[in-house]
Design a protein around this ligand. Structure first.
Ligand code: SF4
Length: 447
């Protein structure tokens, strides 16, 4: 039996493959920021406590003044970016505020976030405005601010409705706090509410996972995301010696996927279940539009230039990066990132489309890259032979249900050797035993 949970490929290349840069200015990429349709991301890196599995850029213990200081730097960065954006007539069709826990901000600060974004950036009408939250930080006053600011999608990390499982994850809320926050959230009538859950938690069994999902479904959210528990280098649970149980997690995943589909949810990827009663997801060129990030830990994608502050997980590393961010004078100078070659762009395209429904048409790939997808990626042809991928209705190449459940095993086979080496080097330089997966050393196995 294989390990289905090698690596989550939500964005390629992984940040650990980024390296220091010099002599690169965002002004050199201003053409990529021209006109409409861009995405804006703001990272709020504050959390009440650090969850045991967290591998996101977040710090704890920040008081009101510390958050104030951070936001002042964010607005300095916004002002510098705005100079470039104005020269290009740029406008944004989406704004995402993530973290951390953005609702850790005080009400006045949250209010300021929305008004400052509007003052520095041109936002398009009908824009998506997305924010993440957590049960303990969700109250009526803050939700009213979100509603008045035109937020269209709120994502809440519930993870489980079982107290023992929340404790095992070192999550700071109780099932009752989650229920109260959800009742409140749903009373505001946001266009989309998304709930996150985790499976593969030590002590969790399939029955308990399904109980949590049953309760979630009763709230009628528009989306449910199911995440397998990963314990990354530097995460608290790694230091505690907690070991994931991949085979148990895989069995739980299969039952959970079956359950959500039986309740009218469509599965778009290994993680994303959308309530739309059998309708197909429309194709979108995801991951190939420009996204500009504000704040420490947020990642920008501008043409083939991807950049962000250096990858950090532990409290010490995050605090160090936060300090460096706050001391930055010129944000238009890019100091850490990667420039994708065409080969890497192809890999990113395939990862962003073949692992997600509806998939990609061969002719679209050919039009974009002037080569054939199955020749560039013979592993996809192999997956088709193995039953992991198929040409589906409308001539889309996409993972089958069986393949989708193994996305975190199949996806890493698309990583280039160069990126793999860079990820390995990062792990070694940070004193971690390497977990970087070598796609050349493995063959697809039958389950
Ligand atoms: S998992 Fe989310 S809520 Fe928990 S520490 Fe990380 S960013 Fe904060």
């Amino acid at each position: 039996m294989i390990n289905p949970y090698i690596q989550y490929m939500y964005s390629y290349p992984h940040k650990t493959a980024y390296r220091p840069m010099s002599g690169v200015s965002l002004w050199d990429y201003k053409d990529k920021l021209k006109g409409p349709g861009h995405g804006l991301y703001l990272h709020i890196p504050f959390c009440q406590g650090k969850c045991g599995y967290c591998n996101l850029f977040s710090v704890t213990g920040a008081n009101r003044e510390a958050m104030e200081r951070y936001l002042e730097v964010v607005w300095r960065q916004a002002e510098q970016y705005a100079g470039i954006l104005k020269s290009q007539g740029s406008s944004f069709s989406s704004v995402t505020i993530g973290g951390g826990t953005p609702l850790c901000l005080q009400e006045a600060q949250l209010d300021q976030v929305f008004s400052r974004i509007e003052s520095w950036f041109t936002l398009e009408s009908g824009r998506d405005v997305v924010i993440e939250t957590a049960p303990n930080q969700t109250d009526r006053g803050k939700l009213k601010i979100l509603k008045d600011a035109g937020v269209t999608r709120v994502s809440m990390g519930i993870q489980s409705f079982c107290q023992e499982e929340l404790a095992a994850l070192r999550r700071g809320h109780s099932p009752d706090q989650a229920r109260k926050a959800l009742d409140l959230l749903l009373s505001f009538g946001f266009a989309c509410v998304n709930l996150d859950f985790i499976y593969g938690i030590p002590g969790q069994d399939t029955a308990s996972l399904i109980r949590s999902l049953k309760e979630a479904v009763a709230y009628s959210p528009q989306e449910i995301f199911l995440y397998p528990l990963y314990i990354k280098h530097g995460a608290g649970l790694e230091r505690e010696g907690m070991e994931p149980e991949p085979q148990k997690a895989y069995e739980q995943y299969q039952e959970a996927s079956k359950f959500l589909k039986s309740k009218g949810f469509c599965q778009d990827s290994m993680r994303r279940f959308v309530y739309r009663d059998g309708a197909r997801r429309e194709f979108s060129d995801c991951g190939f539009s420009t996204s500009l990030a504000l704040g420490c830990g947020g990642r920008s994608y501008v043409g083939n230039l991807h950049f962000c502050t250096p990858y950090a997980i532990t409290a010490h590393q995050c605090k160090k990066e936060l300090l460096a961010y706050q001391e930055t004078k010129d944000f238009t100078q890019i100091r850490h990132g990667i420039r994708l070659s065409q080969d890497e762009e192809k890999r990113r395209y395939v990862i962003r489309h073949v692992l997600i429904r509806p998939g990609v048409k061969e002719e679209w790939y050919q039009e974009r890259f002037k080569s054939r997808i199955l020749e560039d990626f013979p592993q996809i042809a192999r997956w088709m032979e193995e039953g992991f991928a198929a040409r589906e209705e409308g001539n889309y190449l996409v993972l089958t249900d069986k393949g989708m459940g193994l996305s975190d095993y199949l996806g890493p086979q698309l990583i280039s050797k160069a990126v793999l080496e860079a990820m390995r080097e990062w792990e070694e330089n940070h004193g971690f035993k390497t977990t970087a997966y070598d796609p050349l050393q493995r063959k697809p196995e039958k389950l």
